[in-house]
Design a protein around this ligand. Structure first.
Ligand SMILES: CC(C)(COP(=O)(O)OP(=O)(O)OC[C@H]1O[C@@H](n2cnc3c(N)ncnc32)[C@H](O)[C@@H]1OP(=O)(O)O)[C@@H](O)C(=O)NCCC(=O)NCCS
Length: 157
């Protein structure tokens, strides 16, 4: 059955301890070298870090999250993931739209991120929001020596 993305009721809010288990599980199911619970707890304690979670308000489930840093005039996205059972329903795009709105409102200059060369799904998502490849970090990911593509969205000069 096709999912009507536009009408899905969702809520984005800062990560609280109540959603930690769900976030750790999404992370575990999404990355080959997943962050452990402690890494998210450390993120929650860093003044410059934000972790936001997206809830499906019909089921009440936390189905996606994003983690980003606010550093000087740049917003750096460290992590964005959707539970495998909830992908292609627009949640990644909702989180990204939310982050970009915040970045524009707070007058950040750029939004930057690194993405694995093989991660075409994420690259497609970022390109939809007009991120452009601006560089490459050779063998950035230590687990398999994979290159990182550096992508940037310039919000102002
Ligand atoms: C990348 C990821 C976050 C996308 O989340 P999502 O909730 O499925 O994304 P959306 O449904 O909002 O997709 C928005 C658009 O992104 C693109 N996209 C998303 N997944 C895609 C895929 N598998 N293949 C091609 N394009 C894709 C499409 O343009 C899509 O729009 P469409 O569905 O109308 O075609 C998700 O695949 C994921 O969690 N991957 C594992 C973790 C990861 O790699 N994170 C990125 C780290 S840099």
């Amino acid at each position: 059955m096709a999912v009507d993305k536009a009408s899905q009721p969702t809520l984005i809010q800062p990560l609280t301890p109540a959603d930690l288990d769900a976030v750790v599980e999404i992370e575990r199911l999404s990355f080959r070298t997943p962050w452990l619970r402690q890494a998210f707890e450390e993120e929650m304690a860093r003044p410059w870090a934000r972790v936001e979670v997206l809830h499906d308000t019909v089921t009440g489930r936390c189905v996606a999250f994003a983690d980003y840093w606010l550093v000087a005039d740049e917003l750096h996205i460290l992590n964005i993931a959707t539970h495998p059972e909830a992908r292609r329903q627009g949640h990644g795009a909702r989180l990204l739209r939310h982050i970009l709105k915040l970045a524009r409102q707070a007058s950040y200059k750029t939004v930057e991120l690194e993405v694995r060369r093989s991660n075409l799904a994420a690259q497609a998502l970022y390109r939809r929001f007009e991120f452009q490849q601006v560089g490459m970090r050779a063998r950035y990911y230590e687990d398999n020596d994979e290159d990182a593509i550096v992508m940037t969205l310039r919000l102002r000069d």
